[in-house]
Design a protein around this ligand. Structure first.
Ligand SMILES: Nc1ncnc2c1ncn2[C@@H]1O[C@H](COP(=O)(O)OP(=O)(O)OP(=O)(O)O)[C@@H](O)[C@H]1O
Ligand SMILES: [Mg+2]
Length: 259
């Protein structure tokens, strides 16, 4: 099995702000994950490439990026996103899609503190809203009425990673008003991590459009078993499996689900 769906529950758990945001543009998503290195950038790049190949317009942002080394910028999350968008990697593009860059490969609050800096949460939320409206304004005049246009915002680390002493990534997602895609794995222990992250998001009214189960390598648990067990516990949230052996069908399934 490379991809499967379980029925969507919709957004009835969302706050008014989330529902309002959906009414503006249903094609913008926040890409979060159960933890670091789970595959957020991989999934975002795969969607961008799939959409480019099928003629859909999309942009992606990685506003907060820790572990950034200018000497290897191309391999950074921002570099990968720019490549997947078919854009040139230069200082202006980096500043545009990843304005909060930190050298230390640590949680954002710690990485910022190492440089005597901090993340201005309100400015981060403001930027997230601007990313979306800039995309819309740049595109709507040239768009066919039925043409799709999407903005993807990649988070940092997992759902509950601190951004500063008061805020976590979950607060950022909630304030952004975006529905999210939760990237998870299939390693031993992933079930609890996935269900915990899902509950944390739903508790504050964030709509979870899909859980992407990105197959973990060298796992003692199969992807099929992980999907089957999750299905019993996610309350109807859509599940999409990305199998290492056949990733493209999982990406196509995710595209279909996102509409
Ligand atoms: N389905 C996949 N197929 C092949 N490689 C993958 C897949 N998913 C993830 N990887 C690889 O695993 C590593 C971690 O993935 P990725 O960088 O996307 O994680 P992340 O969640 O974005 O991490 P971060 O928290 O640093 O942003 C990368 O080298 C990536 O290329
Ligand atoms: Mg990443």
């Amino acid at each position: 099995m490379s991809a499967m769906f379980i029925g969507t529950r919709g957004y009835e758990q969302g706050t008014n702000r989330v529902q309002h945001a959906r009414a503006i543009n249903v094609s913008d998503f926040f890409i979060t994950g159960t933890g670091t290195d789970i595959g957020k950038t991989w999934v975002t790049c795969a969607l961008l490439r799939h959409w480019r190949a099928t003629g859909r317009r999309a942009r992606a942002f990685k506003p907060v990026l820790s572990g950034f080394d200018p000497m290897t910028a191309e391999a950074s999350d921002a570099g990968q996103l720019l490549t997947a968008m078919g854009r040139t990697l230069d200082a202006a593009a980096l500043d545009e899609i990843a304005p909060w860059r930190f050298a230390a490969p640590l949680s954002p609050d710690m990485a910022a503190a190492r440089e005597g800096r901090s993340i201005d949460f309100d400015a981060l939320v403001e930027l997230t809203w601007r990313c979306r409206s800039a995309q819309r304004h740049a595109s709507t005049s040239a768009l066919h009425p039925f043409e799709k246009c999407s903005t993807l915002i990649e988070g940092v680390g997992g759902v509950m990673v601190p951004l500063d002493a008061q805020h976590t990534v979950r607060d950022w997602i909630a304030a952004s008003g975006l529905p999210c895609i939760l990237v998870a794995g299939s390693y031993l222990g992933s079930l609890s991590h996935t269900l915990t992250a899902l509950e944390a998001l739903q508790k504050v009214g964030v709509g979870v459009t899909a859980i992407v189960v990105n197959e973990s390598i060298a796992s003692s648990v199969s992807l099929d078993e992980t999907m089957a067990t999750l299905r019993d516990h996610v309350g109807g949230v859509a599940l999409v499996a990305i199998a290492r052996a056949a990733p493209s069908s999982g990406v196509a399934a995710l595209d279909f689900l996102l509409g």
